[in-house]
Design a protein around this ligand. Sequence first.
Ligand code: UD1
Ligand code: UDP
Length: 359
Amino acid sequence: MTRKKILTIVGARPQFIKAAAISRAFKSHPGIEEQIVHTGQHYDANMSDVFFKELGIPAPKHRLELGGGSHGKMTGRMLEELEKIFLAEKPDAVLIYGDTNSTLAGALAAVKIHIPVIHVEAGLRSFNRKMPEEINRILSDQVSEILLCPTQVSVDNLKAEGIKNNVHMVGDVMHDATLYAIEKTKNNKALLEKLGIAGKPFAVCTMHRAENTDDLERFDQLIRFLEQQATEQDIIFTVHPRTRNLMTDRGITPKGLHLIDPVGYFDLHTLLQHCELVLTDSGGLQKEAYFHRKPCITMRDETEWVETIESGWNRLWTADDWVGERGNIADYGTGNAADISVQLIAQFLSNSTSDNRSK
Ligand code: UD1
Ligand code: UDP
């Protein structure tokens, strides 16, 4: 039997984590060969290599160095280089994750040369088109052949845009990833001791989104908000390089916050396991907080992960309080989203003809 070839495009931190879950499922599928292409969007060791090592992601067959620069420059350079790789590798499909510039470049490069695109984490919408991620998602979904959705809301969002074929609700691969991390980090307290917070109440914080770091007035407001929160408990803030650069350039030294470099996935989950609160603008962390049953305050004006708000675990930083009783969220699946996705991908590839698109 000839194996079908999938090229997986990754470039940014959350994509390594999602791809790790799906790659593990691919490994046990005899009919599929996966090759990884790393665009280099994230390149610091603690933003990239650490995840390949910890999560056992196969080494990239192609590693580009296309991080940094404006949206147009980064996406354009990726488009050019990915097209060359796709033409040479002739994959049966290209697999993209989430909503970064690497996602959009992978989608556009593939669809223009008639390679089917598979989108993991399809259908999410914030309905805020000022977010670069929203544009990346809308366009990627429009050209994707298989749309693997994490929630019913994301399926409904696609329906509202007229995208109905090959749309599957599979659950959230971040749930799979979290269960894996929990298993690997049981009783790991070394980091807590190193940070001097073992046995103390503390919150975990991340903040890097363009809408928060590009608007300096808003960034200052958020820092003041965090300083206020720091009067209640210690805050461990793992600082994304984008935010670190901004703080350094502007000489910002927030009061009462413990600023640390980005940590690996298992250390982040150790922090989540022991914290009392999560403060973040990250998409992934809002759900990971819920998976650990920790309350979250999201430092954005809207979220795609509306289930976390509706179930009382998450609130926007502008809201006075969490709403409702803290319940369970069925939509995120049971931790087998990767297996379901790989089965659907295999099915699609075994039926695939030169033109499957029939939206
Ligand atoms: C990107 C994604 C965002 C995602 C985030 C995950 C887009 C439009 N945005 O945002 O959706 O939430 O990744 O973390 O794709 N930098 C370094 N070292 C690195 C990586 C980045 O120094 O390893 C610095 C560079 O100065 C770079 C800046 O951070 O220019 C921003 O990086 P970029 O990848 O453009 O955007 P993110 O904010 O990381
Ligand atoms: N994360 C990590 N180390 C850190 C901060 C975050 O491993 O220091 C993980 C976190 O657990 C989550 C993912 O990175 O799974 C989220 O990535 P990010 O916030 O960069 O992107 P987003 O989810 O906003 O797209």
